[in-house]
Design a protein around this ligand. Sequence first.
Ligand SMILES: Cc1cc2nc3c(=O)[nH]c(=O)nc-3n(C[C@H](O)[C@H](O)[C@H](O)COP(=O)(O)OP(=O)(O)OC[C@H]3O[C@@H](n4cnc5c(N)ncnc54)[C@H](O)[C@@H]3O)c2cc1C
Length: 402
Amino acid sequence: MADDVLIVGGGPAGMMAGLLFARAGVSVRVLEKHADFFRDFRGDTVHPSTMEILDQLGMLERFLERPHDELDTARIRVAGVEYVIGDLSHLDTPAPFIAMMPQWHFLDFLRDEAAAFPGFTLEMEKAVESFVEEGGRVVGVRLTGGKELRANRLIIAADGRSSLVRSLGLLAVETIGAPMDVFWFRLPRSGDPGDALRGSIETARMVVLIDRRTYWQCAFLIPKGSGEAIKARGVDWIASEVRKAFPDLDFSGEGGLTSSADLHLLEVALDRLVCWHRPGLLAIGDAAHAMSPIGGIGINLAIQDAVAAANILASPLAAGDGIDHLLDAVQDRRLFPTRIVQAAQKAAQEAVIGRVLGGAPITRAAWPVRMLDRFPLLRRIPGRLIGLGVRRERVKSPNAHR
Ligand SMILES: Cc1cc2nc3c(=O)[nH]c(=O)nc-3n(C[C@H](O)[C@H](O)[C@H](O)COP(=O)(O)OP(=O)(O)OC[C@H]3O[C@@H](n4cnc5c(N)ncnc54)[C@H](O)[C@@H]3O)c2cc1C
């Protein structure tokens, strides 16, 4: 028998939407093309706004039992000097810090929690190739290999920034643009390095490090389209640039970046769909709005989309009512925060990243950074924006299993 809802993609948006619909008594099947969640390039930040959602679901305690680091200040190193630019510790929320947890652990957690609801099914290694349409409505998906799966009521595209709704031309994309791409690789980590997240900005060099306990996950920003040229300089050059950016850290140890096969080029995109839906189909998360890594907020925006979609659609779905006329309300609810966050990411790209990677000399931090460092009270403003975002959602979809 067909499920009520099919979700394409088991990332943060798809897994949270699956969990919430199943919790509301709707039968839902999540289709994920990979065999597991273990992929390096997913980002590691779970923000207070997401942990608020987990708290409302009664899951926060179990989430925090999983291995993670807690970060309640945001720091950045500019031209060799360290500045504190954000303080989350004063936020009035159950978890006033960023939980640094590799995304595959977070997705494992959502899978384990969702498994408690009988309507939830997750199928791994199920790559969707196209959608099935009948009478102007999307009614199912076609998997690689040709098999068709139908949904009684709704298909959700949560398949990220290369979503099928984009590549098949089902929904039009409005490009905002990003001046950078990212080389993503590991370097060995020794000693006790302190902060779990570090950033460094210097003339023509920007690097972010995430402490994954046994190694550093490095994000090395490069001008868009320059991947091959940078690769040609060799992995030793890239590793030495990271060492120069963080002279206080000990990178000694085995493994890490030994050949160009260890370098993953991630193409950064900043865009959104003009319309996020058509009859029978709704896009959420990066599928609806590809986020730049700036601020590390894409995961959290994706989660908030899932909550909004469930708030608006779960009860009518559970009651067997039509929902096509409600899809626009989901876009309407989430477009405002998306616009604000993307505008902020674009501003940061233009004011900082484009200039730095373009070679503009960086001799000291810009005045807003110095002001934040100097006046601790001011740091609460970026702390609030990063931690709680704009228009945070509250879980209103019902729990049919209480
Ligand atoms: C370099 C980089 C670093 C980032 N770092 C961070 C960070 O630290 N913190 C943060 O919050 N955000 C970060 N982001 C942004 C963040 O990764 C995204 O905003 C977020 O992952 C979006 O979640 P999602 O569920 O919408 O999509 P995704 O996480 O992209 O998940 C989509 C899922 O769909 C699956 N899928 C795709 N196509 C198909 C198909 N045809 N059939 C079946 N399954 C399919 C994929 O395998 C994937 O599991 C970063 C982005 C980049 C580019």
